[in-house]
Every structure is written in structure tokens, then in C-alpha cells.
Design a binder for this molecule. Sequence first.
Ligand SMILES: NC(=O)c1ccc[n+]([C@@H]2O[C@H](COP(=O)([O-])OP(=O)(O)OC[C@H]3O[C@@H](n4cnc5c(N)ncnc54)[C@H](O)[C@@H]3O)[C@@H](O)[C@H]2O)c1
Length: 179
Amino acid sequence: MSGVTPRFGGRVAVVTGAGAGLGALYVAALAREGAAVGAVDRDAAGAERTAAATRAAGRECRAVTADLARADEVARMAEAALGWQGRIDVLVNNAGGGSSETASATTLAEEDAASWDALVDANVKTAFLCTRAVAEAMKRARYGRIVNVSSRAARVNVADQSAECKLIAPDDFLEGTAG
Ligand SMILES: NC(=O)c1ccc[n+]([C@@H]2O[C@H](COP(=O)([O-])OP(=O)(O)OC[C@H]3O[C@@H](n4cnc5c(N)ncnc54)[C@H](O)[C@@H]3O)[C@@H](O)[C@H]2O)c1
């Protein structure tokens, strides 16, 4: 990358759900582009794995363990990230997932309130709490970028992910289940 200015040089990013899957890839991509990245996950080993791999590639990364559906742990996470670099420029709300992890239901008829709560906690509450926790610091710095990761279920109905479709795209869901 010699001669090319990294797009996130000097920036600090926080990626949620960074201990596995897409989150780990977002961490690698942001770090490659020059950002110092906080890799946050409730899975401590996963977050450490991502941070270690990023540092092994010569980039700056710190693991933070937090259950992001809990306000107290989100506050602690934001404090740790701000204490680390003094700013948060980019937040990627990636933590979450579909019914396969957070619930066992496959159809609307099988969906129950507990699995619905788990889905909302994982996908929506985490994004709300993390956004709220970093927004003031971004306002003070007069700079901030927040990316919310969604799903193709927001655009099309997926037969075995009824709750996820309703959560993200109520109109599509209702059309799909009525037919
Ligand atoms: N993989 C796909 O094909 C796909 C497709 C559409 C949307 N998405 C979305 O992309 C995001 C990541 O998906 P993935 O497939 O990489 O998921 P994944 O299950 O591989 O990783 C999700 C990570 O989030 C963490 N996590 C979940 N709840 C958390 C919480 N409360 N606090 C802290 N960490 C938490 C998990 O520990 C895990 O490490 C999700 O929001 C998902 O809805 C993924």
C-alpha cells in the first residue's frame, strides 16, 4: 500500500460482534486501512483472537469483552474504548444474528415471546445502547460515522426466519405471511 494514504489513518473504530464471522472481517478491513480498532464481543476468547490476529498483522487493535444487550456493560465498553485512544470516530453495530442463534422458532406459529425478546436484544437493543454510548463523544468531536449492519431479510422474506423479517422489515413480513 506504499504511496496510498490509508482511508482510516488516525481514526479509531469500534466493531461490535467482532469475535467471529463478519465482525472479525470488518476489524481486519478497518485496521488495514489505518484505523485503531476496538474489537468488542461477549465472547472473550473470540474478541482476543480477532485482536491478536490484527496485531500480528502489524495493526493496532484491542479486545473488549461486553454483553452489549446490557446497558452497564455497554457503558463500560465505551469508557474503555474512549480511555484507550481518547476518541471513537467509527462505530460498526454488527453484533446480532438471525433466529438460528437467538431463537429456535422457524415459523410465525412457532415463534414465542422469549425467542422474540432474544432476537430484539441481539439485533436492536445492542445497536441502540452502543449508539447512545458513543454519540455524545462523537458530537463533542464534531465527527462520527455509525454503520448499522442489517440483513437481506430487510428486503426479502426468508421462510425460516419469520421473526427476523418482521423485526427488520415489517411490511415485507406481513405481505409474505399473509400470502
Ligand atoms: N453471515 C451472513 O450471511 C449474514 C447475512 C445477513 C446479515 N448478517 C448480519 O451480520 C451480522 C454478523 O453476522 P455473522 O454471520 O458474522 O454472525 P456471527 O454469529 O458469526 O457473529 C456474531 C457475533 O456477535 C456476537 N454477539 C451477539 N450478541 C452479542 C451481544 N449481546 N453482545 C456482544 N456480542 C454479541 C457473537 O458472540 C458473535 O461473535 C449480524 O448482525 C447478522 O444479522 C449476516
